[in-house]
Design a protein around this ligand. Structure first.
Ligand SMILES: Cc1cc2nc3c(=O)[nH]c(=O)nc-3n(C[C@H](O)[C@H](O)[C@H](O)COP(=O)(O)OP(=O)(O)OC[C@H]3O[C@@H](n4cnc5c(N)ncnc54)[C@H](O)[C@@H]3O)c2cc1C
Length: 482
């Protein structure tokens, strides 16, 4: 007999682990199968942006992660200007630099604590879906094989997703930049902030990783070798000296490799009972550090929908909203990070001077600089609202202060830690939804009179007065039948 689970997630990267924790918190039986036999110590992503920290805060793990990294209050723009993040309307007015495995470690601990079954050394080799579920073939690291049966499968198995390829999801796009060099090194002259520059010969980017090491990403126009070609630290030093004037005394590399950046996106994130999330659904240039952040947001958006469907509180059409909301965000990230990379490659002196002037002018105009900072950090992400909806609908819920009370949450994002909808307002008791809905009272007037917040921290519905009838009409639509 195959082993059975409600939701099977393929891949224990950041996307899969976040999703597993959310589903487990919502009472769904969830299993994660991961090809790696041990925890990963690789660091691809290291920038965790403010909106992602807010989502982690809504899961009670942001404060722990923040202690494991370095806070950077500025963001390097294309050109030589910097965006000030200190004015972000967030509890996290900075970018956190911390190695990807630290983020994965806090997410894995949370997922397992909440009851997710995470199996390492389990490689998915194939899957087949029928009307009732999905059968999944697995090869274990000890050489044995077994089969799983799940009601839904989520492919969070990265750029070369077996789930995506097996089911024939297209992945159109292109290779953008070949033979990018990556080195994790020690510096004799450590840097506190990310630095980047482009010259005619190539580009170099140097950033602290938050654990005493530094990441160098470099590209040499004259040395376009296959990704498999061995990389010598001297090649990284040479182009860094040309672009940044010094190699900061880099030495003792712990990781040297080449990679190629692709820009691709699956046109559909769902085929029947199988869904894609994270790098399995979209990949793009690492410029701007958006990949892991976008995958974590995918997971947060998908989890509450999938939980509602699996638990019989919503029809499968609720899953369509995942595509409607997250696909355009993925497309925008591909477009913006690609544009950023192409601008970074400009080396003509006149164009570079023009770009530097433009970026300095933008950084000096507070309304524009704040908008750019909100975009770069995910704070301004909003989802489409139906015509006539309250202006707050689809927007990120602000972290409202709540009325004090014994054992009650002090902030909205603490209330969201229960992974349920949160109704903020001074309203008569709403009975019959307690298992899926928490009601909290704001500390004084802040925003609309009634605010219904989804488990992923976005506003589902709002009203400027205490219209009980409108509220009772909205709740079944979002939270499910009473
Ligand atoms: C140089 C570089 C720098 C980057 N910097 C940043 C940054 O600063 N910020 C940022 O947000 N993003 C960054 N990214 C992107 C980021 O690393 C990815 O977007 C992120 O890792 C995607 O997470 P994921 O969970 O979707 O996929 P992955 O992290 O790729 O995880 C997929 C998991 O699935 C497992 N798996 C694969 N196939 C199978 C199978 N058949 N069966 C079972 N398990 C399987 C893999 O072992 C892996 O653990 C960077 C990327 C690169 C290359």
């Amino acid at each position: 007999m195959p082993e059975a689970t409600d939701v099977l997630i393929v891949g224990a990267g950041p996307t899969g682990l976040m999703l597993a924790g959310d589903l487990a918190a919502a009472g769904v039986s969830v299993t994660v199968l991961e090809r790696r036999a041990q925890e990963s110590l690789l660091t691809r992503a290291f920038a965790v942006h403010a909106r992602t920290l807010e989502l982690l805060d809504a899961r009670g793990v942001a404060d722990e992660l923040v202690t494991r990294g370095v806070q950077i209050g500025k963001l390097q723009m294309i050109g030589d200007a910097q965006l000030d993040l200190k004015r972000l309307p967030s509890r996290f007015p900075y970018m956190l630099l911390t190695p990807q495995h630290e983020t994965e470690a806090v997410l894995a601990k949370r997922a397992v604590t909440l009851g997710a079954d995470v199996r390492l050394g389990a490689e998915v080799t194939g899957l087949r879906q029928d009307t009732d579920g999905v059968s999944v073939s697995v090869r274990r690291s000890d050489g044995t094989a077994d089969t799983w049966r799940a009601r839904y499968v989520v492919g969070a198995d990265g750029m070369n997703s077996v789930v995506r390829r097996t089911l024939g999801f297209p992945f159109p796009g292109r290779a953008a930049l070949r033979s990018v060099m990556l080195a994790d090194v020690r510096l004799t002259v450590p840097q506190g902030m990310p630095l980047a520059n482009a010259v005619r010969e190539g580009i170099a980017f140097v950033s602290p990783l938050g654990d005493g090491w530094h990441r160098v990403v470099a590209w040499d126009r004259a040395k376009q070798l296959p990704v498999e070609a061995p990389l010598d630290l001297e090649d990284v030093r040479t182009i860094t000296r040309k672009a940044l004037g010094t190699d900061f005394g880099m030495h003792d590399p712990r990781w040297l490799s080449r990679f190629q950046t692709d820009e691709r996106q699956a046109p559909r994130y769902r085929l029947g009972r199988v869904l894609l999330a994270g790098d399995a659904a979209h990949v793009h240039s690492p410029a701007g550090g958006q990949g892991m952040n976008t995958g974590l947001q995918d997971a947060a958006n998908l989890a509450w929908r999938l939980a509602a469907v699996v638990r019989g509180r919503a029809s499968e059409t609720l899953l369509d909203g995942y595509q409607t909301e997250r696909h355009p965000i993925g497309r925008k990230v591909i477009r913006d990070s690609g544009r950023m990379m192409r601008l970074a490659l400009i080396h003509t002196p006149v164009l570079r001077t023009a770009m530097n002037l433009a970026s300095r002018a933008a950084a000096a105009l507070p309304p524009l600089a704040d908008r750019l900072a909100a975009e770069a950090t995910g704070i301004s992400i909003a989802y489409p609202a139906p015509p006539g909806a309250h202006p707050y609908t689809g927007r990120r819920a602000p972290d409202l202060r709540l009325a004090p009370g014994a054992g009650t949450p002090r902030r909205l994002y603490e209330a969201l830690r229960a992974c349920r909808f949160v109704l903020v307002g001074r309203c008569p008791e709403v009975k019959g939804w307690e298992e899926r809905l928490i009601t909290v009272t704001p500390a004084g007037p802040q925003g609309p009179a009634l605010l219904l917040v989804r488990p992923d921290g976005y506003v589902a519905w709002a009203a400027d007065d205490h219209d009980q009838d409108a509220l009772l009409a909205a709740l079944p639509q979002w939270v499910g039948p009473r």
